[in-house]
Design a protein around this ligand. Structure first.
Ligand code: S3P
Length: 423
């Protein structure tokens, strides 16, 4: 349901907890679906994207039951689903499940909503064709038809895209086929699949460039999903730009392949501290404390940007409040996320008078004193743009958006959580 929304200005103060990590939740469900013994998963992300993976796995014969706040997955074998698999808005579901089913040798038809139908499926399809899968796309996009994997061809891959989803699709192909897979050409994309496979007893090694997994089955163990850093990022950035803020985000994942935003904000002078560092099911977790201080511009190159790929709209907002010009490069793939996130971010920033300039593989932001206008921001049905608008408002004054419906995709409780830290 469309519901326009106006976000309030002002500092954020106190403590806030975030939902389970969306990326890890997809992987936990897929990994558990390969195991015949029951696997308990707690703190699963409650958003619509993860529901897409859960419902697709159910359609493929995996038994998934609620157990209080946790779920129990009884898997072992995936079997054909008579109906197409609806991946809704979720690129992670489409790409990683395609890998799992290619490995399992199961035929399937994949589809998604209008946004997912615009997004590229060819990079993952191409890698899985090399594995031996027969895959048909519609000019590189959804709907996608997987006609099975008659014979496994390649088990050593050069990754053609800097994508964690493509890398994970190949790892899940290895898991569900029981065959070893090796990859080179990774650029340091998120390593949640590697960590989860290792946590579940697999023989997997990786160094940020190469990955090897021997394809042997996993062992049932309870999985506790770390808090979602990409959800924590909205609060961290709000505290970094709104004078008077003092905030702690509790229990959030701080996997170094995800925390580029912290490093970038620190390079801008932000005061951010990690407390209570611990490990949860193979993932580093901490409480992140942020105290407002004025920011200065910084240069965000491709390696740092890759570790902050879902947080670039937030980094751009912070840059809008920093003295000087910030240049962000190496983020071309943002044009094919849930929306064209470079264009969406530029329009969001423009609504508060922040000047930006698109460049070849990124954009620059001229910092200053942003001030919200009466423009209603077009969120393009992109959850991260809708929530980023709420962050911009904290420092720039009230910002209105066309609809908050997309927030359901990753963080259904976002508005209430934000209200909870309203000073
Ligand atoms: C994700 C990987 C990233 C990220 C996406 C989730 C994942 O995309 O932008 O939101 O769960 O593996 P890439 O596959 O392009 O790295």
């Amino acid at each position: 349901m469309l519901s326009a929304q106006t976000f309030a200005a002002g500092p954020v103060r106190g403590n806030v907890a975030v939902p389970g990590d969306k990326s890890i939740s997809h992987r936990a469900l897929l990994a558990a679906a390969s195991i015949a013994q029951p696997v308990h998963i707690s703190n699963l992300n409650p958003g619509r994207d993860v529901r897409a993976t859960l419902e697709a796995l159910t359609a493929l014969g995996t038994q998934i039951d609620r157990d209080g706040d946790a779920i129990v997955v009884r898997g072992g074998r995936l079997r054909e689903s008579p109906a197409p698999l609806d991946c809704m808005n979720s690129g992670s579901t489409a790409r990683m499940l395609l890998g799992a089913l290619a490995g399992a040798g199961v035929r399937a038809r994949f589809d998604g909503d209008a946004s997912l139908r615009r997004r590229p499926m060819e990079p993952v399809a191409a890698q899985l064709r090399a594995f031996g899968a027969k895959i048909e796309t519609q000019e590189g996009r959804m709907p996608v038809e997987l006609h099975g994997t008659p014979e496994i061809q390649t088990r050593a891959f050069i990754l053609l895209a800097p994508s964690a989803q493509v890398k994970s699709a190949l790892l899940f192909a290895g898991l569900f086929s029981g065959r070893a897979v090796a990859m080179s050409g990774d650029r340091g994309s998120r390593d949640h699949t590697e960590r989860l496979l290792q946590y579940l007893g697999a023989n997997v090694t990786w160094d940020g460039r190469t990955v090897q997994y021997d394809g042997r089955p996993l062992t049932a163990k309870p999985i506790d999903v770390a808090g979602d850093f990409s959800a924590a990022a909205f609060f961290i950035t709000a505290a970094a730009i709104a004078p008077g803020s003092e905030l702690v985000v509790t229990g959030t994942g701080v996997n170094p392949t995800r925390t580029g935003l912290i490093d970038a904000l620190r390079a801008m002078g932000a005061n951010i501290e990690l407390r209570n560092e611990r490990s949860v099911s193979g993932e580093p977790v901490a409480d992140v404390a942020v105290t407002y201080v004025p920011l200065q511009a910084a240069t965000i190159g491709p390696d740092l940007a890759l570790r902050a790929i879902d947080e670039i709209p937030l980094l751009a907002i912070a840059a809008g409040f920093a003295t000087g010009e910030t240049r962000i490069s190496g983020v071309r793939e943002l044009r094919t996320k849930e929306s064209d996130r470079i264009a969406a971010t530029q329009a969001l920033l423009a609504s508060a008078g922040i000047h930006t300039q698109a460049q070849n593989d990124g954009f620059s932001v001229m910092g200053g004193t942003p001030a919200a206008s009466s423009t209603v921001v077009d969120t393009r049905d992109d959850h991260r743009i809708a929530m980023a608008a709420a962050v911009l408002a904290r420092g720039a004054g009230p910002v209105s958006i066309d609809s908050d419906a997309s927030i359901e995709v990753s963080f259904p409780n976002f508005l209430r959580a934000l209200e909870g830290v309203h000073a």
